[in-house]
Design a protein around this ligand. Structure first.
Ligand SMILES: [Zn+2]
Length: 418
């Protein structure tokens, strides 16, 4: 990254400011001239509560307001003129010169908002209710401050009030919505499901936008170096299934550099989550347009433990196709009947059959093809032939009983929906 782009983005490469001056407080330098600009704040965190768990926190558009020795970070995501600006954080200024402020982010970021970034009308309805639930961060420690392609990345370690260890990742960047990105307004969840932005007031009604990538450039997924050689072809197949759903080459797969793991600000990493993670997939988007900016995919290898290597890899092809579906914005589809999507949970024989089809390069399933082309490519949706749909939390919509967790439902052991 050249100096010019660093300056353009408004942040200087963060340095450990001299210990004699500040007692080894790790600060982020911030240009005074950009105090009035809007920034995008995105937060994710890993916690240990039995299982290792990864979560996102609702993304915000923020601005700064100086008040003596502190900067107030204001949440300005609500674009209504009447909306009050909530103080999101109060950040001490540790040092300054004519042009820059040195900010102590570790001191300022002392709590995590529980609202997730991926959401939908079935979570909160179609008006913005704003859940202010937070959990406090104690014994906070700045782990690192780094800089990736215009994004300041701040990693922090802390513990929660019930003693859990938590690692929090903050991405802060000048807010620059992609000019060519076309938001897709979700009218309801009756026929198909995408994750959605929180509702936003537009002149005279609430709108929710589907969470989706901008496809003016390829969507790139990076395979973690931790994925064993004998699994990598299957993981690639699962990702590239979606190119057949798009009907064109929209997605690329690359190998992540060896030091890179999820979550990453620079790559959409498919992480091999050996240990006690669960298979899961999280996305972080522009809160105003729904454009997905980061995807973090975790695959639990213990899920596919039955059969020989080929069967395990076919199982893996389905798991990866399912998780990449979430990463592209798709919700579950648990509608009963013939399998028309990889976004459901299935019994093992059906999972293996889907994996074989993916390996053989068979056409994508009808629901996946129809909705991804509708939302991403503006293709018309033929409701007469669209396979049925229902998703989590809709009444009577369960893949198996009782409700499985993601990894359990992917193990293929549950009862088929009746
Ligand atoms: Zn799922």
């Amino acid at each position: 990254m050249g100096l010019l782009s660093v300056l353009t983005a408004g942040f200087l490469m963060t340095t450990l400011v001299s210990a004699s001056k500040l007692g080894a407080v790790q600060t982020a330098d911030f240009k005074k001239a950009e105090l009035d600009d809007r920034f995008l704040l995105q937060v994710s965190y890993e916690q240990k509560s039995g299982l290792q768990d990864f979560r996102t926190s609702r993304s915000r558009i923020v601005m700064f307001h100086r008040d003596g020795a502190v900067l107030h970070m204001l949440d300005v995501s609500d674009t209504r003129a009447s909306a009050p600006d909530h103080v999101f954080a109060t950040i001490p200024i540790r040092d300054e010169d004519r042009d820059t402020l040195s900010l102590d982010l570790n001191e300022g970021f002392d709590r995590v908002r529980s609202e997730e970034d991926r959401t939908g009308e079935d979570y909160y309805g179609r008006i913005d209710r704003r859940d202010h639930t937070t959990f406090r961060l104690f014994e906070r420690k700045a782990v690192s401050v780094s800089y990736h392609d215009g994004i300041l990345v701040f990693d922090q370690e802390a513990r929660t009030d019930d003693g859990r260890r938590v690692v929090v990742h903050y991405y802060l960047s000048p807010y620059k919505p992609a000019p060519d990105f076309h938001p897709f307004e979700m009218k309801n969840l009756r026929r198909f499901g995408f994750y959605e932005t929180y509702p936003q007031w537009r002149a005279d009604h609430w709108v929710l936008y589907a969470m989706k990538f901008d496809i003016h450039a390829p969507i790139v997924f990076a395979l973690s170096s931790a994925i064993p050689e004998r699994r990598r072809a299957a993981v690639r197949d699962g990702v590239l299934y979606w190119n057949r759903a798009f009907g064109r080459s929209v997605i690329r797969v690359i190998d992540a550099p060896s030091a890179v793991r999820a979550p990453s600000a620079a790559y959409n990493v498919i992480q091999w989550a050996s240990g006690d993670f669960a298979s899961t997939s999280y996305i972080q988007s522009d809160p105003l347009t729904g454009q997905i900016l980061h995807a973090h995919v975790f695959v639990l290898p213990e899920t596919m433990m039955d059969g020989d290597l080929e069967q395990q890899n076919d199982h893996l092809r389905y798991i990866v196709a399912h998780e990449i579906g979430h990463a592209l914005g798709l919700r579950h589809n648990f509608a009963p009947g013939a399998a028309a999507t990889v976004m459901g949970y299935f019994k093992l024989p059906q999972i293996l059959n889907m994996g074989r089809e993916i390996r053989a390069g068979a056409p994508a399933l009808a629901y996946d093809r129809a909705v991804v082309q509708h939302v991403y490519l503006s293709a018309p949706l033929d409701l007469h032939v669209l396979p049925p749909f229902c998703t989590d939390s809709q009444e009577g919509c369960l893949p198996f009983l009782p409700m499985p967790k993601e990894s359990e439902g992917m193990r293929g052991g549950g009862r088929a929906p009746s």
